[in-house]
Design a protein around this ligand. Structure first.
Ligand SMILES: [Zn+2]
Ligand SMILES: [Zn+2]
Length: 140
């Protein structure tokens, strides 16, 4: 796991971002909470422990992460901008019972991707499924 301060700091620098204390705190939160949070949730969760953190800083930091390829913005139905710290190609499944957004990494997904051999270079994809997750369906 890439969760130590130094590793996060290095990761930010590798992406051309100056590793300020607040940026480290926000990226750490994203790594620890892979729930595709909206900016407001991140702010609410962090401000109690980091009272100097402002809402604007959180929003600006997420924009900065996005611009430098550290997070992917998602808009899944509710119109709220969510952030995904996992930048590999994957689909999402939103459960209508628990409202959680699950990451879907099925190998099958790749078979429907435009094939590199055909000259396509995929940089992002948005594929959203909706339904009932295994937990809510009682299958787990
Ligand atoms: Zn569910
Ligand atoms: Zn995801």
């Amino acid at each position: 796991m890439m969760n130590s301060r130094n590793q996060i700091s290095e990761m930010l620098q590798k992406h051309g971002i100056r590793p300020s204390e607040q940026r480290i705190v926000i990226y750490h939160y994203l790594l620890d909470h892979r729930i595709h949070p909206v900016a407001e949730t991140i702010y609410q969760e962090l401000v109690s422990m980091h009272p100097t953190l402002s809402r604007t800083t959180v929003y600006n930091t997420l924009k900065c992460f996005e611009k430098n390829g550290l997070v992917i913005p998602l808009t899944i139905e509710d119109g709220e901008l969510r952030y995904d710290v996992n930048t590999s190609l994957h689909a999402h499944f939103k459960c209508r019972k628990c409202n959680l957004i699950h990451d879907i990494f099925a190998d099958d997904l790749t078979s429907s991707l435009p094939h590199p051999a055909a000259g396509y270079q995929v940089e992002s994809m948005h594929l959203d499924y909706y339904g009932i997750c295994p937990e809510c369906a009682g299958k787990k």
